[in-house]
Design a protein around this ligand. Structure first.
Ligand SMILES: Nc1ncnc2c1ncn2[C@@H]1O[C@H](COP(=O)(O)OP(=O)(O)OP(=O)(O)O)[C@@H](O)[C@H]1O
Ligand SMILES: [Mg+2]
Length: 356
């Protein structure tokens, strides 16, 4: 009987495409630990994110391709993940941070902080190493949303991020007294934000989620001038005006040459807990239409759920306090979509970095 060899298996795998990166698994160097013995094949697929939404499809495609190699009787597919570092960041900042994702909006109060906190926790639950940075210098409320009042004492002249729900967490809120109002002048704001990256002892972060203050333009500008960004996410509500708000948020990112990862529609609908009836309080599909018109990915929608607000007020994000709720499930799905888009971005060439 034919014994399959490594070359035959690798040739078969070189015909399997990574569905989102549109290259084959061998070219992408995703096949590791290939072992073959007596028709039994074992291998590890090294994903670009542990939050890969298409893991099931990749597993099926790999299995089908390898089983078609003459002599193969059994395939054991294992998964591991290694998040790629954005070379814009690694090339310019000497920090253990692979990707930086800004959460912004066209206007205030649409749920940026709620989305940032829950997305960060959902991403961490996939096994990724996640940082959450509250860059809302004026009204930092991430500490309250995650129930963390203070950060640990500094070590070796560096601030130490707090830990909550598997995240590393840093906020200007840790440095201010409660109810203290701050007035920042431009240069101070820049250096304050930059210090939240550079003066903190971050430990190997795959995804740094940055919650921006309300207001288009300024906040995005300050952040983008302080650190290189992998991409920006726009949170919007579904009203028709959301379209113009989202457009402003997007154009601010584009002017700053920050790739747009996608749009999230928050407070999209409400399901009455007693009747199960779905109410579209703010209309339907504004953000999705905006995404289509502006040709950026639509990452998904989140329902209105009082538990999201209660969780935020009490310091337990809804993905923890009500893990089976529709909104928690939606956050898990969003986390995968976000991670997939970041993987796609990490494969694009950097026009400013010359490869020699
Ligand atoms: N999907 C949701 N369901 C119910 N309440 C929500 C939802 N999303 C956000 N909220 C609530 O709406 C309020 C505003 O949300 P959040 O603070 O996250 O918005 P923001 O965009 O960060 O605001 P700001 O612009 O002031 O920073 C909060 O009380 C929050 O708990
Ligand atoms: Mg906020």
């Amino acid at each position: 009987m034919t014994q399959p060899n490594e070359q035959a298996v690798m040739t078969a795998l070189s015909k399997v495409q990574e569905p989102e990166l549109h290259q084959d698994l061998v070219t992408l160097n995703m096949i590791h630990d290939l072992q073959i013995s007596n028709g039994n094949v074992g291998l590890t697929v090294m994903l670009t994110t542990p939050a890969c939404p298409l893991k099931g499809q990749i597993e099926n495609d790999v299995r089908t391709a390898v089983m078609a190699v003459p002599g193969v009787q059994n395939v054991n597919v294992r998964f591991d993940a290694n998040v790629r570092a954005d070379n814009r960041i690694s090339g310019r900042l000497n920090l253990p941070i692979k990707n930086i994702v800004a959460i912004a909006s066209g206007k205030g109060g649409v749920g940026k902080s709620t989305v940032a906190a829950n997305l960060a926790v959902a991403l961490a639950q996939t096994g990724a190493s996640v940082g959450l940075l509250d860059a809302d210098i004026y009204g930092p409320n991430i500490p309250q949303m995650l129930g963390v009042a203070e950060m640990p004492p500094p070590q070796d002249q560096k601030l130490v991020p707090a830990r909550a729900y598997g995240l590393q967490l840093m906020s200007m809120g840790f440095m201010l007294k409660p109810d203290q109002a701050v007035i920042w002048r431009g240069p101070m704001l820049h250096s304050a934000i930059r210090q939240l990256f550079t003066d903190v002892a971050w430990q190997e972060v795959d995804y740094m989620i940055v919650d921006l203050p309300p207001g288009t333009g300024d906040a995005q500008l300050t952040l983008a001038q302080s650190v290189p960004l992998t991409g920006g996410v726009i949170v919007s509500t579904p009203q028709d005006v959301a379209l113009s708000d989202a457009r402003r948020g997007l154009s601010a990112f584009r002017q700053l040459q920050v790739p747009v990862i996608g749009i999230i529609e928050n407070m999209s609908y409400f399901v009455a807990p007693d009747t199960g009836h779905r109410y579209e309080i703010f209309g339907h599909g504004g953000a999705e239409r905006a995404a289509q018109e502006l040709r950026v990915p639509f990452l998904g929608r989140l329902p209105l759920d009082p538990r999201a607000r209660e969780g935020g007020d009490e310091g337990t994000p809804v993905v923890i306090s009500a893990p089976d709720s529709e909104i928690a499930q939606a956050f898990h799905e969003l986390a995968k979509q976000l991670a997939a888009q970041v993987s796609i971005l990490s494969f694009r060439p950097d026009p400013e970095l010359k490869i020699i």
